[in-house]
Design a protein around this ligand. Structure first.
Ligand SMILES: [Zn+2]
Length: 314
């Protein structure tokens, strides 16, 4: 690895992400004097969205507030801090108002979180990134430090929620190829009409085999795969029964919705209801309810190319 290149390509790529540019403007990528510039309050890189690089060549790294985008950036922070907007909701809102970066691109969800974590907006920056050396910028802040901190507290909570979600199905699943654990990630797909949808994908962590060929699988497919397994399993009936009795209202819902269509009449009502209820919770329940069902499955379940099998216990 070329030490200098490594350093600058890192800064460059960060800016590419934040600014949605390919780094064609090289104004700040001269190695000599970068630290000096930082000490002068000039962040040695491209202006983040909400700011514009000064066009004056004598004012390298100087940034001015972008009158078009800065108010939106400020509003982003305010919506998160005061109106409990999630990153996703910000994403939708930005699409609605057709907000684009300087290069004319829509801002991705990743960009949004990067923006929300950028101290530059309230006036300070770290240079180099992660060095612990902080400078007060010469630029005009867009937001206050208080607003920035309020946003950090909110997105920290959001991160925890997303992290918790990951464990709905992961804990019980293992890769059938290499025995590694299974991890989950949310992927957001931008559609042509400007809207977006998201899916959770499960995949092998590849801890035990870096070249593991196991395919990733959508959560909805995983749930479909899980349903016949519920039929095969001996569930911990008492646990689910208690749950069942507690939630009479929900029970009525599944009775009319699921029970009527799916099940052969010949089976005894009592046997059916526990499993049907388990299936219903798996398909339509909250995360906690899905986990509750899954916790009743005592065997390990293996994932192989989008299919699930129950591990045979000897
Ligand atoms: Zn694997």
């Amino acid at each position: 690895m070329h030490p200098h290149r490594g350093q600058f390509s890192r800064i460059g790529s960060f800016d590419e992400i934040v600014n949605g540019t390919n780094g064609t403007q090289k104004c700040c990528f001269v190695k000599r004097g970068l630290r000096t510039r930082a000490a002068m309050g000039l962040r040695p890189s491209m202006a983040p969205t909400g700011y514009l690089n000064s066009k004056n060549k004598d004012e390298k790294c100087q940034v001015v507030v972008d009158p078009l985008r800065a108010p939106v950036i400020k509003e982003m922070f305010e919506k998160v801090a005061n109106e409990n907007y999630s990153g996703r909701k910000i994403y939708k809102w930005l699409k609605e108002i057709h907000f684009t970066s300087k290069s004319g691109k829509y801002v991705t969800l990743g960009n949004i979180y990067r923006i929300l974590r950028m101290t530059f907006y309230y006036g300070v920056f770290e240079y180099p990134e992660g060095s612990g050396e902080w400078y007060t910028g010469k630029h005009t802040p867009i937001i206050t430090q208080e607003l920035f901190q309020a946003v950090q507290a909110k997105i920290q909570v959001e991160k925890k929620k997303a992290y918790g979600r990951e464990f709905a199905f992961t804990r019980m699943l293992h890769c059938a190829y290499c025995e590694s654990g299974i991890t989950a990630e949310e992927k957001i797909k931008e559609l042509k009409d400007g809207s977006s949808n998201s899916h959770i994908y499960y995949r092998c962590t590849k801890v035990k085999n870096r070249d593991c060929p196991n395919e990733s699988v959508k959560e909805s497919i995983l749930i479909d795969e899980m349903l016949p397994i519920i039929d095969m399993m001996s569930l911990d009936k008492t646990e689910l029964k208690q749950k069942l009795e507690k939630e009479v209202a929900r029970y009525a819902l599944f009775q009319t919705g699921v029970l009527r269509q799916d099940l052969p009449q010949s089976k005894k009502h009592k046997d059916i209801s526990i499993k049907t209820f388990a299936k219903y919770m798996l398909m339509h329940g909250t995360l906690t309810e899905q986990r509750e069902v899954l916790s009743c499955i005592k065997s390990r379940i293996l994932l192989r190319d989008k299919k699930l099998t129950v591990e045979k216990t000897s």
